[in-house]
Design a protein around this ligand. Sequence first.
Ligand code: SF4
Length: 393
Amino acid sequence: MDTKGLNHLLLRAADGELERDEALLLATVTAADSAGLCDAAAARRDRAWGRTLTFSPKVFLPLTNLCRNRCDYCSFRRSPGDEGEWTMRPDEVLKTLEAGATAGCTEALFCLGDTPETAFSAYRRTLTSLGVRSTVEYLEECGERALELGVFPHTNAGILSADDMQRLRRVNVSLGLMLENVSPRLCERGMPHFRAPDKRPEVRLRMTREAGELRIPFTSGLLIGIGETLEERVDTLLAIRDLHREYGHIQEVIVQNFRARPDIVMADSPEPGEAEMVHTIALARVLLEDEISVQAPPNLNPNSFASLVHAGLNDWGGISPVTPDFISPGYPWPHLDGLKRSCESAGFGLTPRLPIYERYVEEPGWLDERLVAPTRRALQKLTTANQISESRL
Ligand code: SF4
């Protein structure tokens, strides 16, 4: 395709008019050389998000690593009795939250295995000993503790029913579920989601839709490098775009790269390289609506900051000063000073944000009523702190 043809497609993408066949064509013709796509994505990011990148200072609480699924790329999950099995006790939760609050974290990320009570009687006994009937009830209690400390919960607990989301909405400023990929092929025998019933695309799409119906600010994302095709990546982005067009609830999309580790089924699978991350981020930026934040985890891409920024990324997601990345052990968060210097070398500032984007705080109906005032106060505090730090430059 010549430059004129590519520009035509990019213009249609900017107007939000790209049909599936055009999105696929755009993805295909830019796969080997994404320079033009990246330029367009970076321009879209600059217009929509300016020249300041963001991150969310978070404390990470892996409430339980018991999970009823078995994804071939996961080194987090455990069954009862496995070495490293862990369900956080209330005192551990509180201690971790206090450490986060002391370190200035504004997000409490509760990230855990999928409904372990449906698979393990030992875990059901654990819940009983904690005085709760379900993981969601426990999450709600922990969310209350976080709010008391001024840290705002964001929960990714895998598949939740509409009732469960409604319940968690009372203590969470946003919820999340990586769509990962809409391809049912990845659930076939020999594929990474074969032993993970909750990774069926229709189940994940249903929950994402229900979150929209409930008007819950929502984080979605793609996982790349797990055997999906380019076409399946595009379809995943378009599925997120379509749900957002219907409900307006997708606040951010994470582009996460598979990383191989010796303790997983996919230990010998090739990891996606920097070029694939760059291409996917740029595609996400041009295919998704401008108001959706596009992020990638810096700890999984420690040598690619400048390239990812040039591909149109505007956010680094959650970074914790007090807890490791329990989902991807062995990949430490970058030091903020170093990340800031990298952003500045690329011509950008770096500033903290909340785990909910401002428009959802200001527009009525997205946040539980009692969370609006504290979230507004925290937003104001962040804005003031950012203004002071800018005036010192
Ligand atoms: S990736 Fe999530 S759903 Fe899959 S096994 Fe790990 S914890 Fe469970």
